[in-house]
Write a protein that binds this ligand. Structure first.
Ligand code: FAD
Ligand code: FES
Ligand code: FES
Length: 1321
């Protein structure tokens, strides 16, 4: 890159993402997933030389937010620079692959870079550093469940990396008395062999480029100016130069880390013609501690360096001086990920060219104009004063996810007392996330000066602060009640912390807080996860070359970790290629009055705008609309696309297309609205057994209830990606794309283009995660791209941005379950009448099948003699919901577990007892009259209860709960009966084509799609495949999906190989000692065909919906999971302490892959049931469109202890979908903990449980004096600023109303008596 002065922008770079033809570097290992610094897929290592300290500093950075000009003088290492299959793979890459830390592989380069950078700085890290480097640092993975990734990192630790049970540093499996080994006879735990790993040799790492050191040492620094197409980037040489620039360009932003500006420019249409970047100016880049008790931190240092500096000061200085520093440190831990903290400098506070001081007070934080920076001013440094003896400072925070999530509410509070007293001299309370700026509760603080730090003061403070800080009902972010409750809950926490601090200073004078309140003081610690995975050992007599049953590494694992696995966006640019950007509807239901594309067409690089008029064939195929025509039926519907020479040009032009709408009534968003308008996509599906009405007459009790289960975003790491290549001849078109259903893509594209299906080829090598989201949607997106390719006659690259993907492709169906259950007092359920309604969205998609699955699987593991279940898909004006792992089962079965739990509560029995009483016990018929044997279910259940020490731990949890008022523990165990397959027989067929080439190599072509589940790997392991083609020697190659048959399973590969073996048999018999190549050569000479097809007709399933009967599923998979959680009743946070899973896995072909599927599905389920929350406006606009506002689990959410056992049975297998539901054990453990809190508070024992159990829901269900007070003093009660799919308030409004009068007094009373409140009468 040339500067204006003709200087070069010098960066040492081993790789970079290329997204247009002009790019010079074509290293595509670094992945692009969210584009906003929120997922870590694009992590690279940036290295810089510091000429003052003479040290080289390596740090991870998210490439998607790093402006290239900011890298002047830096060395950038991408995954290609770490290692490659072509040269030498690095130990980090090798171990991540061999520890099975990769499935779809899309997150793997980012994971490698985070671990690699850590090792460059700490070659022998502690296990906590690994957890931090991955979890706290925001590397997301939606496949593996993180456990194997952490484990691969832990192999670099000096400390023991074995299971470290009970902190002994010794694996329980090594116990000398062999007790455990005997109990778990023939079970193995080793999924990889550490002896195979290459050692890490830090001396082999590339050196920092000497020319960059020379550049950094050069004393003659010059101003750098880089001129772009639309903007200018200026890097000043000195502080004076910076001030001069700021005076000349007062509106130009200062770019430091670009972590705030970058997303605003990318996603909020901000534009700046000039940027000034003082990053690296020595005057802004140092930390100093001054003798007069002030720390001086220049504002140019990165937050990560500030973190190190604060740690150092805290370790050096007396404790009482560093209270502010410690509060900051605690807060820094939770602020973004390391990549962001390494880019973002310390927050900017003050300074002008005349060096004035701006106090960091209310007016400044509230951005009042007189206290704010002037446009020509910059911040040069931040002073952080030391604290004093009678001074307390704390930072408090609550977020959707403990780490790496924007705060729901945060606070900074400080109090100074008159020396030796608890009389308030100065009090400051600032709250974040309660308004557009930080808010100071200054009036409250002023009123409290001179007051004693006691319960009465707290009571007044809570009332006044609620009065002072107003969150309007329609506030952005919603959760108004919760946020207001948090305002006083955090204040209470501060109050307790200070009281404890006072007690520590003078125990005689200041009594301590009650023992039961102690646990409220601290947040949950972050632990390094540990656990054991157990599986059936292979028979010792099995020949060593037979890979069946061995934990073989994923076939593409090394390619994933080196970044050499090719995904769609990595494919090289094609001559004449165009980029496509979607134009989406902004209305949920409206008539299209006009579309004005003139402005868009006039923009540079734009080739065409494509609309419904350009579709040569069907634009509405099987109810799915490719381009909206005449009317729009949801926000996010594709109305048009822009084809341009770069993606940036296409996106800019898409924004310029003007569409005039006229709203159409009704606009249906929620299930409730659909029910009101009788709006459905299909007829009802129903099954029934026994006589439900009759049974209700004879039961002891009947309960009725509703359960809301919200939707889920697939959040595959590789967004929907398509490369459509029109051919010159015969209207042929080739589509490269990531899909789970190429057949459907072919069908839809052919229909849209009005050509025979044989002209359309779909190529699907791999995809970066799918989870059901790439079953149906790629067909619509494929048709959209193909129409554009057809119209322009040029190749089309259509890669959806994360926000567009989340908006357009929708996800799991939200569900409303209504139940009526009749049962006896001993917990036996006699009758159930259950109705399910899912929110299908605006088109059919897969909703009918989802409802069928829900209805058929809705009994889960329980036998209810009189059972009726009905299901319907609601038609709404939301993007069409689609397939998602588990296909309705994870939603539907929550309702089942919820009513079982409610029955238990009514009978005063533990839920596990009621589950056991009602569970299938012997060979039985399902409610749709299919026979099955539940023996493996009983075994999984029993083993899970026993091996998790369920009853002992339940007692321990009860003890814990007695001792702690604000934290509660809960345990739950869930059983699972999951039906595999599809009730329509022809969907189950599959085919394979096997060729043996003359050099002996083998090609297997089939109809399966590799999504990360290891399909190819397992196929190679199938005995007949592996035996006849030595996988080591001939690298049996699995071809991409070329067959258009829906499913491929290993059976048909086996079938084809057996055919070929039979043909080769006479040759082998004649020359038994011959080599494989000789046999093949001989076979060729003898004109024996070396190609064969394998065909699997499929399981002959059927379902007669008229009768409600059928052999709907070929077989069942069983399992059980037990989870234990701890809940913070004051904030709503929870921590998953332990999970035990027992899963029926038949005989696993590859236990590593199967355990990977179980763990990955469990963590995905756990996210679905706890933290993942879609937010819609009442107008149907999706708010949650990035990892910032839609939280999938990170490393820090996975169980602290995680035990997974594959239980052997006679069944075939299919674990990927089934494990999802086991995540609900966490939901019900939370329920158990919340129930304990409510029992103690004297609240109704049965309460509404909905999914997800978000912090908001947990907090508001743990009703106490603070929730009561919030309600009492809230100015308005009304609708929140957003609606979720379900309106769930866990405590029903009627219950709350009943309590209203008494609580007026109670909440005030309880403040006046801080000793543990007695249960309400
Ligand atoms: C994934 C992600 C997660 C995040 N998580 C959090 C979080 O948890 N909590 C949180 O608070 N923030 C979070 N942020 C926001 C962001 O990281 C912080 O606000 C960060 O401190 C911004 O610093 P920056 O240097 O990158 O800002 P930039 O984008 O470089 O600049 C931001 C603004 O500050 C001005 N500015 C910069 N330096 C000066 C100066 N010396 N004098 C005057 N003005 C100046 C610029 O003109 C610009 O307007 C997150 C961001 C991302 C992308
Ligand atoms: S793509 Fe850069 S962080 Fe997600
Ligand atoms: S392997 Fe991590 S996202 Fe797929």
């Amino acid at each position: 890159y040339k500067t204006q002065e003709n200087m070069l922008l010098v960066i040492s770079m081993q790789g970079g993402k290329c997204r247009n033809q002009s790019s010079l570097v074509r290293l595509t290992g670094t992945k692009y997933s969210c584009g906003g610094g929120g997922c870590g897929a694009c992590t690279v290592m940036v290295s810089r030389y510091n000429s003052t300290t003479k040290a080289i500093h390596h740090y991870p950075a998210t490439a998607c937010l790093v402006p290239i000009c900011s890298l002047y003088g830096a060395a950038v290492t991408t995954v290609e620079g770490v290692g490659s299959i072509k040269t030498r793979i690095h130990p980090v890459q090798e171990r991540l692959a061999k520890c099975h830390g990769t499935q779809c592989g899309f997150c793997s380069p980012g994971m490698v870079m985070s671990i690699y950078t850590l090792l460059r700085n700490h070659p022998e890290p502690a296990p906590e550093q690994i957890t931090k480097a991955l979890g706290v640092e925001r590397n997301l993975c939606h496949c593996t469940g993180y456990r194997p990734i952490v484990e691969s990192g832990k192999t670099f630790c000096v400390e023991s990396t074995v299971c470290e049970l009970k902190g002994s540093g010794k694996c329980c499996m090594d116990q000398e008395d062999g007790s455990l080994v005997n109990r778990w006879e023939k079970m193995c735990t080793k999924l990889y062999d550490e002896d195979e790993f290459q050692p890490l040799d830090p001396s082999q790492e590339p050196i920092f480029p000497p020319e960059l050191i020379r550049m950094a040492e050069d004393p003659n620094k010059r101003r750098l100016t880089f001129q772009g197409e639309r903007t200018t980037w200026i890097t000043p040489a000195t502080l004076n130069d910076l001030l001069e620039l700021k005076a000349n360009f007062p509106k130009a932003p200062l770019v430091m880390g670009n972590t705030e500006l970058g997303p605003s420019i990318k996603f909020k249409n901000e534009f700046h013609p000039v940027f000034i970047s003082p990053l690296g100016l020595p005057e802004l880049h140092f930390v100093n501690t001054t003798d007069d008790g002030k720390g001086d931190n220049r504002c140019g240092i990165q937050l990560a360096q500030l973190n190190d500096a604060l740690h150092f000061i805290v370790s050096e200085q007396p404790k009482e001086k560093t209270k502010t520093y410690r509060a900051l440190l605690k807060h820094l831990r939770t602020l973004a990920g390391a990549q962001i903290r390494n880019m973002a400098p310390a927050p900017s506070f003050h300074h002008t060219s005349h060096l004035s001081l701006i106090p960091l007070n209310g007016p400044f934080l509230e951005r009042s104009p007189e206290a704010d920076l002037k446009s020509e001013e910059i911040v040069s440094s931040v002073y952080i004063p030391y604290s004093t003896q009678w001074h307390f400072v704390f930072g408090l925070r609550m977020a959707q996810r403990q780490e790496n999530a924007f705060a729901i509410v945060n606070a900074g509070m400080s109090v100074k007392f008159e020396d030796g007293t608890n009389t308030i001299k100065k009090l400051q309370m600032f709250y974040g996330s309660v308004g557009p700026t930080t808010v100071s509760a200054s009036q409250t603080c002023k009123q409290l000066i001179g007051r004693q730090w006691d319960d009465q003061m707290l009571s007044d403070a809570c009332r006044w602060v609620l009065d002072e800080i107003y969150i309007p009902p329609a506030a952005e972010g919603g959760m108004v009640e919760y946020r207001r409750t948090l305002i006083i809950s955090l204040l209470f926490k501060f109050y307790l912390k200070v009281r404890r601090g006072l007690n520590q200073m003078d125990p005689q004078k200041f009594p301590d807080i009650p023992e039961k309140f102690m646990s409220a003081l601290e947040d949950f610690p972050i632990e390094t996860p540990q656990g054991i995975q157990m599986f059936q050992c292979v028979d010792p007599h099995q020949p060593p070359q037979d890979p069946v049953g061995h934990p073989v590494m994923h076939q593409s694992a090394i390619k994933h970790t080196t970044g050499e696995a090719v995904y769609i966006d990595d494919m090289p640019c094609i001559d004449q290629e165009l980029f496509l950007a979607p134009i989406t509807s902004t209305r949920a239901h409206a008539k299209i009055i006009s579309i004005d594309i003139s402005e868009a067409l006039a923009l540079p690089g734009v080739v065409d705008v494509i609309t419904a008029e350009d579709v040569p064939g069907d634009n509405n195929y099987q109810g799915e609309i490719f381009y909206a025509q005449n009317e729009v039926i949801c926000v996010g519907q594709i109305v048009g696309t822009v084809a341009a020479d770069t993606y940036a040009h296409a996106r800019e032009a898409a924004k310029k297309v003007k569409i005039a709408y006229e709203d159409i009534e009704p606009r249906i968003i929620t299930i409730e609205q659909a029910l009101k308008h009788n709006s459905f996509l299909f007829d009802e599906k129903k099954i029934e057994q026994g006589n439900v009405e009759q049974a209700f007459k004879y039961v002891d009790q009947i309960i009725e209830g509703e359960v809301h289960v919200e939707g889920q975003e697939h959040f595959y790491m590789e967004t929907s990606s398509i490369l459509a290549l029109p051919k010159e001849e015969d209207k042929e078109m080739v589509l490269h794309l990531g899909t789970q259903y190429p057949t459907r893509v072919q069908e839809y594209v052919a229909a849209a283009l009005n050509v025979p299906r044989n002209r359309i080829a779909c190529r699907m090598k791999r995809t970066g995660g799918a989870f059901g989201g790439k079953v149906a949607k790629p067909a619509v997106l494929g048709a959209v791209s193909a129409v554009a390719a057809n119209k322009t006659g040029r190749p089309i690259r259509f890669i959806l941005e994360r926000g567009d993907d989340m908006l357009i492709t929708a996800g799991r169906h939200p569900l409303l379950g209504k139940y009526k259950i009749g049962f006896m007092n001993n917990g036996v359920i006699k009758a159930a009448d259950v109705e399910y309604y899912v929110n299908g969205g605006c088109t059919p998609d897969e909703s009918e099948m989802v409802v069928e699955f829900i209805v058929l699987k809705s009994e889960n593991a329980y036998y209810i003699p009189n059972f009726r279940c009905r299901g319907r898909a609601c038609k709404t004006n939301l993007p069409s919901n689609t397939a998602f792992r588990g296909f309705g089962f994870p939603q539907g079965t929550v309702v089942v577990e919820a009513y079982i739990t409610a029955v238990a509560s009514q009978c005063n029995l533990p839920p596990e007892e009621v589950k056991e009483i009602n569970m299938y016990k012997r060979i039985s018929k399902t409610a749709f009259k299919q026979t099955f044997n539940p023996e493996p279910l009983r075994r999984c259940w029993k083993e899970c209860l026993e091996k998790s020490s369920f009853y002992t731990r339940k007692l321990a949890a009860e003890e814990f709960n007695k001792k702690n008022y604000w934290k509660k523990r809960g345990l739950a165990i869930v059983p699972m009966k999951f039906c595999i397959g599809i009730p329509t027989a022809y969907y189950n067929q599959a085919a394979t084509l096997v060729h043996i080439y003359l050099d002996g190599s083998v090609l297997v072509t089939h109809g399966g799609c590799e999504l990360g589940q290891g399909l190819y790997t397992k196929m190679i392991q199938v005995r007949s495949v592996s035996v006849f083609s030595n996988i080591e020697e001939y690298a049996c190659y699995i071809q991409l999906n070329n067959f258009f048959l829906r499913n491929a399973i290993t059976l048909n590969a086996q079938n084809a190989c057996q055919t070929l073996m039979a043909r080769l048999h006479p040759i082998i018999r004649k020359n038994p000692k011959g080599k494989w190549e000789d046999w093949i050569a001989k076979a060729f000479e003898k004109s024996i065909s070396l190609s064969a097809t394998g065909y699997f007709k499929g399981y002959q399933t059927n379902m007669d919906w008229e009768k409600g009967e059928g052999n709907a599923y070929p077989y069942y998979v069983y399992g059980a999971a037990c989870s234990e959680v701890e809940v913070n009743c004051l904030t709503g946070a929870h921590k998953l302490l332990r999970t035990d899973i027992f899963m029926d896995a038949a005989f696993s072909i590859n236990p590593a892959l199967d355990i990977g599927q179980v763990e990955g599905a469990f963590i995905q389920g756990m996210g679905f049931y706890t933290i993942e929350e879609l937010k819609y406006s009442p107008e149907g606009v999706l708010y949650s469109r990035s990892p910032d506002d839609y939280k999938i689990p990170t490393v820090t959410e996975i169980p602290e202890e995680f035990y997974v056992t594959l239980v052997r049975s006679q069944n075939p297998i299919g674990l990927g979908e089934a494990g999802m539901f086991l995540g609900s054990s966490v939901l019900f453990a939370i329920y158990d903990a919340v129930a304990a809190a409510r029992r103690e508070r004297g609240l109704a024992k049965t309460f509404v449980l909905s999914s997800p159990a978000t912090p908001e829901m947990i907090r508001m269900t743990c009703v106490d004096q603070f929730t009561d007070m919030e309600r009492l003093f809230s100015k308005e009660k009304g609708s929140p600023g957003h609606v979720s799919y379900s309106i769930f308030f866990c405590v029903s409004y009627s219950e709350r109303r009943q309590r209203e009068t008494e609580s007026v007094f109670k909440c005030l009373d309880s403040f006046n008596n801080l000793d543990c409140p007695e249960p309400n009468p």
